[in-house]
Every structure is written in structure tokens, then in C-alpha cells.
Design a binder for this molecule. Sequence first.
Ligand code: PXP
Length: 239
Amino acid sequence: MVQLAINVDHVATLRQARGIDEPDPVLAAGICELAGAVGIVVHLREDRRHIQDRDVNLLRQTVKTKLNLEMGAAEEIIQIALNLKPDMVTVVPEKRQELTTEGGLDVAAQKEHLRGVIARMSDAAIPVSLFIDPDSTQIEASKEVGATFVEVHTGRYSDAENESEANKEFDLIAKAVDKAHEAGLRINAGHGLNYVNTPRVAALEKIEELSIGHAVMARAIFVGLDQAVREMLALCKSV
Ligand code: PXP
């Protein structure tokens, strides 16, 4: 059964909107863990628009499951990750103007840089996941540069405007998962998954973990965070 990791960035987004100290993503992470999440994901962006250094430091001390630090491959953030020693890092492309991570990492275009980042993380015993589009070139490149995991980008599937587009995007994800598995990579997936489109992805048996943030936090506003996580977990288990 696929496992569920929860991204708590949006709790920090709400806090930063007021510039005060609540709601606290550290408290949110604990609630997600108690509800059954097997991991907590946070993206420490270079512009610190939501998650702050204080958050990752506290989360490192408090997360009892697994802390997955999402990060761009910039030197400042690499240094923070090496000092922090999260349970894993997920390298994502990062552009200042984007609302959220928009596309997968172009691993093929920056093999040398990523090979170096992965080697440094390996020396610190931190497994690396690369967030990539469901594309065979990117899977091969991820294997070549020494990634342990790939996180398959489900955003285009999630954003599909009709059923045939969703089917087409889903097929790309399913093929990418098979290809990554054959290459010996471990596989996570995420972006844009919600209470409607998740079961189909969760049914792909080679995916170990889904990383979900927005949909769970959006539901949490109305039903509470504990229930929102439990409902997503029930969907993952239902397939
Ligand atoms: N995976 C990655 C690499 C992401 O950047 C994000 C967004 O922060 C997610 C998963 C979660 O996406 P969503 O918030 O749409 O569930």
C-alpha cells in the first residue's frame, strides 16, 4: 500500500501572511503524524516565502516519522541540508516568481551539478529524490547521476481539463513508474493530488509514497487537520 507524506508548507504560508507566529507548521506536523502520515515534507525556499529556518530546525528535532526537505539545488540551501541532516531531500526546480513548483527538474540538462549535489548528500548519508516529469530521458538521467528516488510529477494529470487528457497524463505516469522501477530507482509521486484524483495514482503499486499538501490543508480548514489526513489515508488504503 502506498504511504502518505504530508507537506505542511501552507500552514507556514498562512502564518507568514500575518507575519506573526501562528499557525505553526511544527504543531501541524505533529498532528499529521498522529493521524497516520509516515512523513513530513517542507520546502525551504531561497526567498523563505513560507517555511523558515526556525521551522526546519524544530522539525528536525520533533518529527518522529521522516523529514523530507524539498529544496532547490542552490549552494546556500545545500549547506543547510547538510547541517540539518533530514531523513531525505527532494530536489526541485525553483523559480522566484512561481506560485508553486511548476515543472519537473531538468536532470538531463544539469547532470554534473546534480551528480555533485547527490555525492555530497551521500557523504552525509542523506538519500536524494529528484522531482521529475514522467519522462524516460529524465528517469535515465536520474539513474545516471546517482539518485535513490525519483518523485514523479503528477501535476499535469491533476490539472487535466477533461477525461481524455487525464487518461493520457495518467498513462505517462504509469509508464514512468514502470521505467523507474526497472532502472532500480525508488519511486514517490505528488503535486496537485486531491480527494478525487489520488486513488488512481495510489493504485500504482511501485509507488512507495505520495506527497500531498494543498488538498489536505484546504480540507483541514473545514474539517480539521486530523480528519483531513485520515480521509486521505483512507483513500490511499482503499485501492
Ligand atoms: N511534491 C513536490 C515536489 C512539490 O513541490 C509539492 C508542492 O510543494 C508537492 C509534492 C505537493 O503538492 P500539492 O501541495 O499540490 O499537494
